[in-house]
Write a protein that binds this ligand. Structure first.
Ligand code: TXA
Ligand code: MG
Length: 356
């Protein structure tokens, strides 16, 4: 695997330009290359090259019925891959691109590999708000299909080292652009005239979508709904039906008043420790002093949910590295990006949420 390092805010230096040109050429000629975006690292390939797309699925160990997001560097790359779309979708592009919003659009047949869309008649598209990513896609000269650059079932990578841990020997290249600014995957929406449906929550919130689209927003995690009811019914965003973001240890999310939460967690952790299991706790800075375990990791401050979002996946990976077998996490306030954070925490916990 070829590794390029791009200094943060330094994609203009001659070394960085040479690196981006080289990595872009590799992508344009069928290589699979991991690269930074503002949300998480992606594992990219030419979206029209079925062989390259198949290598991406194989490297990740990803189920083939889970479609990929196509990343574009400018709107001229959109027209050749989609059919006419709604005015609401156009409003969202104008408001949030480049940025952490993925829009599911009607696909033009044959424009991207059928492996990218997993046979659906739609294609998910996003324009990342990341200098290096945009330059890399432009250098490749084609739309880039890219899932998150983790092994399937592992937390998404927010740093280049996470990509190395999971995929080093399985991919052709890695562009290291430093830690991801957002830290959670993009908001995924499906849009029809007059209605926006959130398939995966992210840092672009329901309120922001309603304001920009001027219409109703439905928040629906169909995969989770399917899991709860045990319904085999096809989810709209196929990826949501799989267990995701899971640390190796078993995790429980605990909600309630801070004293009740810490009381519950400390009692459970003491029991687990007495039985010889390694314990980990994921907490907010404000409550950290109340906890003791083999690993107490601080997610951030309650007042700055964006910090917690940026830290979450790194913390989950740290628990794994420390061999933690049982993890408890404080639930977080659901405002702003907090909703997306709770969504990922709930998935990491396999749905185990306890109200105390
Ligand atoms: O922030 C992100 O979105 C990152 C970076 C790399 O851009 N990418 C990412 O990709 O998270 P991935 O493959 O891990 O998640 C893509 C999600 C999956 O839940 C997938 O099912 C959904 O998008 N998706 C892709 N194409 C779709 C389509 N045509 N219709 C509905 N959902 C789709
Ligand atoms: Mg993923």
């Amino acid at each position: 695997m070829k590794l390029w390092r791009i200094p943060e805010n330094g994609s203009e230096s001659p070394e960085a330009r040479a690196a981006i040109t080289e990595a872009g050429e590799l992508l344009g000629t069928g290589g699979i290359v991991a690269f930074p975006t503002e949300t998480v690292y992606g594992l990219g390939c030419d979206a029209a090259n079925t062989e390259a797309v198949e290598r991406v699925f194989a490297a990740k160990g990803r189920p083939s019925d889970n479609p990929l997001i196509v990343h574009i560097a400018d709107e001229r790359q959109l027209e050749p891959i989609v059919k006419p779309y709604s005015g609401t979708a156009a409003k969202l592009m104008a408001a949030f691109w480049p940025g952490p919003l993925t829009i599911v659009l009607p696909a033009l047949e044959g424009a991207v590999s059928p492996r990218v869309t997993a046979g659906l008649d739609t294609v998910a598209v996003r324009m990342p708000a990341h200098e290096t990513a945009l330059k890399l896609i432009a250098a490749a000269g084609c739309p880039i299909a890219a899932p998150s650059a983790n092994r399937s079932g592992r937390p998404s990578p927010t740093r280049a080292e996470h990509v190395q841990e999971d995929l080093e020997s399985r991919i052709d290249g890695l562009v290291d652009g430093g830690p991801a600014a957002v830290g959670l995957e993009s908001t995924v929406v499906e849009v029809s005239e007059g209605c926006i449906r959130i398939l995966r929550p992210g840092s672009v919130t329901a309120e922001e979508l309603a304001a920009a689209g001027g219409c109703e927003v439905v928040e629906q995690d169909e995969g989770a709904a399917g899991e709860r009811s045990g319904q085999p019914e096809a989810p709209r965003s196929p990826g949501m039906k799989y267990t995701h973001y899971a640390p190796a240890g078993s995790m429980t999310l605990v909600a309630g008043e801070p004293e009740a939460v810490s009381g519950y967690i400390m009692k459970e952790a003491a029991m687990a420790a007495a039985e010889g299991r390694r314990t980990g706790i994921l907490v907010y800075e404000e409550h950290a002093a109340a906890y003791e375990a083999d690993a107490v990791l601080v997610l951030g401050s309650l007042g700055r949910p964006a910090d917690a979002a940026r830290t979450l996946y790194d913390a989950l990976r740290t628990f794994d590295k420390l061999g933690i077998e049982e993890i408890w996490a404080e639930a977080c306030p659901q405002e702003g990006i907090g909703a997306a954070l709770m969504n990922r925490l709930t998935k990491a916990a396999g749905g185990r949420l306890i109200q105390v």
